[in-house]
Design a protein around this ligand. Structure first.
Ligand SMILES: NC(=O)c1ccc[n+]([C@@H]2O[C@H](COP(=O)([O-])OP(=O)(O)OC[C@H]3O[C@@H](n4cnc5c(N)ncnc54)[C@H](O)[C@@H]3O)[C@@H](O)[C@H]2O)c1
Ligand SMILES: [Zn+2]
Length: 329
């Protein structure tokens, strides 16, 4: 797979053959960057997670057939994680698989969703229940897309960046502590280095463990509880995993002697993310159990041994519940 970091959208013409390429994007991205799409055959979808489903997949496939797309074509997803997940999935199943690449346009997309080859859609309340693992042919970063991104989406992406630092990169954690969002918004070269560094952290983890047998699980730091509360409380993904990381840090202190809990919590706050939050632990736990598709037995909870070193901690669901209660309530 080829990476084009900190590049220009216009190089896409050199990466693909324009007349056998279809761009897939959403209305928000298309509207904010209309000039970039000139001359490209483009499918524009409605934005949002609610459209990351099989119905959208079918509609796009009908459109591809109408436009005479055959196996020689390339699909390029230009958007956030919803668009790249959809594009990768559609390209993987259309005619049993055609070439695809991504131009991620959210911070979360740049450092997380576009990397790793997991592409899929939701089925009702079941997020990412249907999908494939297939790597894109290329990733092209043009950070000028970020000029239109809302503050909420910036913060969402930084939750994953802080996650990467916490589990894998103590030096990055320090850099982040010394700055804030306003700094990265102003300083383009610092931002592009940050994005590249994070894209590479995820890439390395995935390369070592594509099928998520070990190390890749570390990327779920903050996500076990985070996913459970994301829907009950109508939180953004970044907010939910930030609360998840906060309580995972509390558990880390209790279970594996993590000593820098307070540093992690202040870093999350520094980037506008919530930390301690009241919640209905029984309800959250019920969803967590459903999410893991297990009623009993062991799960892997991701903890921090120290900053920059995430570990898999095997724990029974029976033991986990009272422990969560003890740190949350
Ligand atoms: N495949 C994976 O490994 C993986 C990993 C993490 C997340 N994801 C998926 O990614 C999705 C979340 O990604 P996301 O946060 O990027 O969501 P998203 O694609 O919904 O984008 C968030 C919002 O920002 C808008 N937007 C995107 N780029 C913009 C730009 N440059 N300017 C203005 N607005 C813009 C979108 O229209 C949308 O309203 C979820 O569906 C999640 O499941 C996948
Ligand atoms: Zn996440």
């Amino acid at each position: 797979m080829a990476y084009y970091f900190n590049d220009k959208f216009s190089v896409l013409k050199k990466i693909v053959v324009q007349k056998t390429t279809i761009l897939i994007t959403d209305e928000n991205v298309h509207k904010a960057h209309a000039a970039k799409f000139k001359g490209w055959d483009t499918i524009v979808l409605k934005p949002g997670e609610a459209f990351k489903n099989q119905q959208t997949v079918d509609e796009v496939i009908v459109e591809l057939i109408k436009r005479g797309v055959d196996r020689s074509y390339t699909l390029v997803g230009i958007g956030g994680g919803v668009i790249t997940d959809l594009t990768g999935y559609i390209a993987s199943i259309y005619m049993r698989g055609i070439r695809f690449g991504f131009v991620p346009t959210t911070v979360l997309g740049l450092v997380d969703a576009s990397i790793g080859g997991k592409n899929g859609v939701d089925l009702g309340v079941y997020k990412n229940m249907v999908g494939v693992i297939r790597q894109p042919a290329f990733l092209l970063h043009d950070l000028s897309f970020l000029s239109s991104l809302s503050e909420k989406e910036w913060i969402n992406g930084f939750a994953e960046i802080i996650k990467h630092a916490a589990i894998k990169d103590a030096a990055l954690f320090k850099d982040l502590s010394n700055h804030n969002l306003a700094y990265y918004l102003k300083n383009k070269s610092a931002l592009s280095k940050l994005i590249e560094r994070n894209a590479l952290i995820k890439t390395r983890v995935v390369q070592k463990d594509e099928l998520e047998k070990g190390d890749r699980k570390l990327l779920n730091f903050g996500h076990t509880l985070g996913h459970a509360i994301e829907n009950i409380y109508d939180l953004s993904h970044g907010q939910a995993i930030s609360i998840g990381m906060t309580y995972a840090a509390e558990l880390s202190e209790k279970l594996v002697g993590y000593k820098e809990k307070d540093k992690l919590i202040s870093l999350l706050q520094q980037y506008g993310l919530p930390t301690y939050a009241k919640m209905d632990v029984d309800k959250a736990f019920d969803i967590l159990v459903k999410d893991k598709k297990k009623a009993s037995g062991d799960i892997h909870y991701i903890l921090l041994q120290k900053t920059g070193k995430g570990v898999l901690y095997k724990i029974s669901l029976k033991k986990l519940k009272p422990l969560l209660k003890s740190v949350i309530e």
